[in-house]
Write a protein that binds this ligand. Structure first.
Ligand code: CTP
Length: 408
């Protein structure tokens, strides 16, 4: 079943339906009223070779408003507008597409298409997170030219890409990480100074949690080692089946927790922002100015172990170790050069390099990463929501693991 909603990309859905029909699938098209303003009823009927209606009041004798959803082996919504995605999140059923989506137990694949501002709006970001959590498979959107001369993330993926992802989902391919044991660290560590103060960083944990959730959605067995993570971000992860959360506070605790889980892991992703230093002497009592020298104090800091480098040293055969590198550009050196040096220093199989700054990277819903391999070669790049980046990272991890398995 293909749902088509009211966006200009509806014209590309014609090609999508054609590809499915040519591939031997029986396709029922359910457009919304708005979709018909872009591509008319005769086109959908001709291309799908089935009658088409938008209304729950047609063909009532066959209980069409639920029959299509019940019978479908796969539901694709392309293009999926911001409005339809919001309706899906809320479970609204004011047209045939809405009732069909509520009646189906088949895999649901959506291909969002909208302007960048709409894709990045907190409502859409929230709706996408809810839909993904429910197991909806999201294809795209791509970064590219949009209507009206704008460009950015929001362009619907090409029909061939959507069809490939949808057919994989129908065959259970969405669980492409099934059987994989994964450990992901996320959030910022906090190094205590005394019982009430700490040295921390601005990591919200969003990217790491997105990586863990994406792995669980794709069928992996996931342990999320969470340092300090923003309120609300962890809640979604804690409720996710197939995902276990272990809490850690300091870099040392995070190191211990990761090491305890690492033995059985096939993939370890170090997305946590680990403090490089800890306070040499943590005061058991709240430090007071009364007992401090006038004019200022000096804190002695000791270097923490590099957890990622330690994991690489102890890596067992078949284990893939992935790091993140948050870099601020400068000194005439490109981000990628800095990333490459870090990759060489750490020895991880993959390193996701992203630019951070005063207003970049942290706390935001969006991110942009370049994924490089052990030799510094670029394996992938993704700009989009942190969920999009997480998906791209798992695609790269899968690719590297497949090529490693082949060369054995
Ligand atoms: N990392 C780690 N243990 C540390 C510091 C960092 O495992 N003590 C991991 C992070 O989780 C991340 C990667 O190493 O996956 C890179 O972290 P980053 O802070 O960018 O690098 P540093 O090693 O701290 O290097 P530098 O401070 O020189 O940028």
């Amino acid at each position: 079943m293909v749902g088509v909603t009211g966006g200009i990309a509806a014209y590309k859905a014609v090609q999508l339906v054609r590809l499915l029909v040519k591939d031997g699938h029986e396709v029922h098209v359910v457009p919304t009223e708005d979709a018909l303003r872009f591509v008319g009823m005769p086109t959908w009927e001709a291309i799908s070779r089935h009658p088409v209606t938008t209304s729950v009041h047609d063909d009532v004798a066959r209980v069409r408003h639920v029959a299509l959803g019940q019978a479908a082996d796969l539901v694709i919504v392309a293009p999926a507008t911001a409005n339809t995605l919001a309706k899906m999140t809320a479970g609204l059923a004011d047209d045939l597409l809405g009732t069909t989506l509520l009646a189906t137990t088949a895999p649901v694949v959506v291909a969002p298409a909208m302007h960048t501002e709409m894709w990045r709006h907190p409502s859409t970001v929230h709706n996408m997170a809810v839909l993904r959590e429910r197991g909806v498979i999201v294809v795209g959107p791509e970064d590219g030219e949009l209507t009206g001369g704008d460009s950015g993330p929001g362009r619907m993926s090409e029909p061939e890409v959507i069809v490939a992802a949808a057919l994989a989902a129908a065959e259970g391919g969405a669980g492409d990480l099934r059987g994989l044991r994964v450990v992901v660290s996320a959030g910022g560590t906090r190094e205590p100074i005394d019982p009430v103060r700490y040295i921390g960083n601005r990591s919200s944990g969003r990217q790491g949690v997105a990586v863990a959730l994406s792995a669980a959605e794709r069928g992996a067995d996931v342990v999320l080692v969470a340092a300090h993570v923003d309120d609300g971000v962890l809640a979604a992860a804690s409720a996710r089946p197939g995902l276990r959360v272990v809490r850690a506070g300091t870099a040392a605790e995070l190191g211990e927790a990761v090491a305890a889980e690492a033995g059985g892991a096939d993939v370890i992703v170090m997305a946590a922002a680990v403090a490089d230093y800890r306070v040499a002497e943590v005061s058991p009592l709240k430090r007071s100015k009364e007992s401090a020298p006038v004019g200022g104090i000096t804190l002695d800091l000791i270097e923490n172990d590099d957890i990622l480098a330690g994991l690489v040293r102890r890596r067992r055969e078949g284990q893939t170790i992935v790091g993140f590198a948050a870099e601020t550009p400068g000194d005439g050196e490109t981000l990628l050069d800095r990333g490459r040096r870090k990759a060489a220093r750490k020895g991880a199989d993959l390193l996701a390099v992203n630019e951070v700054g005063w207003s970049k990277g942290f706390e935001a819903a969006d991110n942009a990463v370049t994924i490089i391999g052990a030799d510094g070669e670029v394996i992938g790049a993704r700009r989009g929501t942190k969920e999009d980046v997480a998906e791209a990272l798992w695609d790269a991890i899968r690719m590297v693991r497949e090529s490693q398995a082949k060369t054995k």
